[in-house]
Write a protein that binds this ligand. Structure first.
Ligand SMILES: [Zn+2]
Length: 141
């Protein structure tokens, strides 16, 4: 089991990496204006309570993501009832991170996922889980 602190540390490692990437990009293209879109909106870490491995993901349109059955059915339910907040369904960091956990550990159940708090890399501020994510991961969020 990864501790809450492990999950938190992984998120901050990722934030540092993203900030280095943005800085490198800015140095390479000094004429381009700084944009908040240089950063993903949110990063979050997710693990399986029975293992130490942690996955960190960023928000954004899911590209080349094959959803596992549990998450896929929750996202489909959400599509049917309509999104519960402004975030596009499936574009949050949480389902993408959880999907990686469940792909790696197919026995991991929805109630065995553990999440870090979501953070905004641009400001390093802690954010709240959105309503779509609270619905998708109602067992743990
Ligand atoms: Zn969300």
């Amino acid at each position: 089991m990864a501790s809450y602190k492990d999950l938190h540390n992984r998120v901050f490692k990722k934030i540092q990496k993203i900030q280095r990437e943005v800085k490198r990009k800015r140095l390479a293209l000094p004429i381009e204006k700084y944009s908040v879109y240089d950063y993903p909106t949110i990063v979050v870490a997710c693990g399986y309570i029975k293992k130490k491995k942690i996955f960190v993901e960023r928000s954004g349109k899911p590209i080349n993501v094959t959803w596992g059955d549990d998450i896929k059915s929750r996202l489909s339910e959400l599509k049917l009832i309509g999104p519960l907040c402004d975030n596009p369904i499936g574009a949050c960091a949480e389902p993408k991170a959880a999907n990686k956990v469940k792909n790696k550990f197919p026995k991991c159940k929805m109630n065995e996922l553990q999440f870090s708090d979501p953070y905004r890399p641009r400001t390093r501020k802690r954010k709240k889980y959105c309503k779509n994510c609270k619905y998708t991961f109602s067992e743990v969020l």
